[in-house]
Design a protein around this ligand. Structure first.
Ligand SMILES: Nc1ncnc2c1ncn2[C@@H]1O[C@H](COP(=O)(O)OP(=O)(O)OP(=O)(O)O)[C@@H](O)[C@H]1O
Length: 256
């Protein structure tokens, strides 16, 4: 398959997609009252039924190769749930979602890492988890090792690493892959400032290689660096979709 055929097949479409989370332990009146006062998704409580959190409601969108979409919205607005829907991890409770392309979901840098095996072995395992082949990862391992600056520690079990060292390893792997659809949730801030600066270049190269990016973040600076359009989520719905600057201005309540 040539490059343009690959490009034309990479897309994500949803049609009136909704995601509900039933809360099986929330039958009691007091708990219902508590969760009804929370920020976030809408809570529907039909009398006598298990309450559900409507985390996403009637999401209709179409994204194609080349899209660089930022997701903005307050805590609990539905950004992470939307990323999981777009990755295929969640099926819509109602409506439809169709995903065409190899998805690399990067929600939690530590997922797919094994504390008992070495840094080198974790590089391979994490790469496989993100859709790469063993051969591809073996070709990149020297580059990743150099980037992490972890030296001999890479031969030690991961459990001997500090949190920051784990993040370095995870960032090294994540920024070495070739995803068709890259879904990024922030949480990449747990590194020291100097290392984050060094990662920015690799991160933006990664995004350049990716066919399609959706990036949930609370950082305008990061969004401006990686995205050109945005979706503003509110109470599980799309409030506004369009040019990044327009969406950021509206989200922050500033007049145009
Ligand atoms: N596994 C789950 N079970 C029950 N409710 C959930 C679950 N995951 C998310 N929710 C609820 O769905 C709503 C949307 O949550 P989500 O994590 O998608 O928000 P978010 O926009 O990513 O928030 P934040 O910016 O705080 O990360 C919230 O009300 C949350 O409580």
């Amino acid at each position: 398959m040539n490059v343009s055929e690959t490009a034309s097949r990479v897309s994500i479409s949803t049609q009136n997609a909704s995601v509900d989370f039933p809360i099986f332990d929330a039958r009691s009146r007091s708990l219902k009252k508590t969760i009804m006062g929370m920020v976030g998704g809408n809570i529907s409580t039909t009398e006598g039924k298990v309450p559900v959190i409507e985390a996403l409601r009637d999401i209709t969108m179409h994204l194609e190769h080349g899209a660089r979409v930022g997701l903005v919205g307050h805590n609990g607005a539905g950004k992470s749930t939307l990323l999981r829907l777009l990755s295929g991890i969640y099926e819509p409770t109602r409506g439809e979602a169709s995903i065409n392309g190899r998805v690399a979901p990067v929600f939690d840098l530590g997922v797919g890492m094994d504390p008992e095996i070495s840094g080198f072995e974790n590089i391979i395992i994490r790469g496989l988890f993100l859709g790469m082949t063993r051969k591809q990862m073996e070709e990149r391992i020297d580059d990743i090792a150099a980037f992490t600056e972890l030296g001999d520690f890479l031969s030690m079990p991961l459990r001997t690493y500090s949190t920051g060292m784990r993040v370095r390893l995870a960032l090294g792997v994540v920024t070495s892959i070739d995803p068709e659809i890259l879904l990024l949730d922030e949480g990449i801030g747990a590194v020291d400032a100097a290392f984050l600066e060094k990662s920015k270049r690799r991160l933006s190269d990664l995004v350049d290689r990716a066919g399609l990016l959706v990036f949930a973040s609370h950082s305008d600076e990061f969004l401006r660096e990686l995205c050109d359009t945005a979706i503003w989520m509110e109470h599980g719905q799309i409030k506004l979709q369009g040019d990044l600057e327009d969406v950021l201005r509206a989200y922050k309540g500033q007049p145009a």
